[in-house]
Design a protein around this ligand. Structure first.
Ligand SMILES: *C/C=C(C)/C=C/C=C(C)/C=C/C1=C(C)CCCC1(C)C
Length: 238
């Protein structure tokens, strides 16, 4: 068996390792806390654990893939997102359900997130020549999600779901507005001509590395942070 050494300045591999460990630890935490979570919040905390657990498994693969090839594990990255982002939409649905959220709202959020991710994947992989167009389409779907959560149905429902849910939804809305906005930054850094034809990082390898580091940091903030907001909601509310 080959033993791969990580250079001390290999920040990409470092963030893949730390990301794996953080997602694993968060999953153990959420799963073990289920036992002393009030019944009505159990599904929400379980979903938080599923999100970090799915990410942990993908990070485990991505870490190994990156270490042995030096490449960006774009495929695993998008499989992870395709599973976890819709689950984050489920969280919004679950916490606003008691204020009357309909299943149609969940499908809208999921459909928009799938459009956002599939178009992003095209731009990063099979149609890099049109990365700007795919990025713009993906961004439009992203803004639709932001709209639903900040001003649309989710925001309105949260207002009627009691002060604790309203507060948690507002924090999650900030995650979507600021935390999720880190991803297009990674896309712009890593995709040739990603910023309307401009290249921010000239060297292609450096550009890919910057993208992976940005995505890894964003994932840790968004997946674990999101879960912790749900967790604290489950403790503040009876
Ligand atoms: C746990 C993973 C999460 C929360 C992933 C979120 C991903 C995004 C919000 C990605 C958005 C993108 C754009 C808005 C434009 C460029 C392409 C993407 C897919 C990076």
């Amino acid at each position: 068996m080959e033993h791969l050494k990580i250079a001390s300045d290999n920040y990409v591999a470092f963030t893949f390792f730390i990301g794996t460990m953080a997602m694993m630890a968060a999953s153990v935490f959420f799963f073990f806390e289920l036992n002393n979570t009030p019944q009505k919040w159990r599904t929400s905390v379980l979903v938080s654990g599923l999100i970090t657990f799915i990410a942990a498994v993908h990070y485990y693969y991505m870490r190994g893939y990156n270490l042995s090839t030096g490449d960006s594990p774009t495929f695993f990255r998008y499989v992870d997102w395709i599973l976890t982002v819709p689950l984050m939409c489920v969280e919004f649905y679950l916490i606003t359900k008691k204020a009357g959220a309909k299943i149609g709202l969940l499908w809208k959020l999921i459909a928009a997130s799938l459009v956002m991710l599939v178009t992003g994947y095209f731009g990063e992989t099979i149609d890099r020549d049109n990365s700007v167009m795919w990025g713009v389409l993906s961004g439009a779907a992203y803004f639709y999600i932001v709209y639903l959560i900040w001003f649309g149905e989710v925001a309105k429902l949260a207002q009627n779901a009691g002060p604790q849910v309203a507060k948690a939804t507002k924090i999650l809305a900030w995650f979507v507005l600021v935390g999720w906005a880190i991803y297009p930054l990674g896309y712009i850094l890593g995709t040739p001509g990603g910023l309307f034809g401009m290249q921010l990082v000239a060297d292609p390898a450096a550009a890919t590395h910057a993208m992976d580091i940005v995505y890894n940091i964003a994932d840790a903030i968004n997946k674990i942070g999101f879960g912790l907001v749900i967790y604290s909601l489950s403790r503040n509310n009876d």
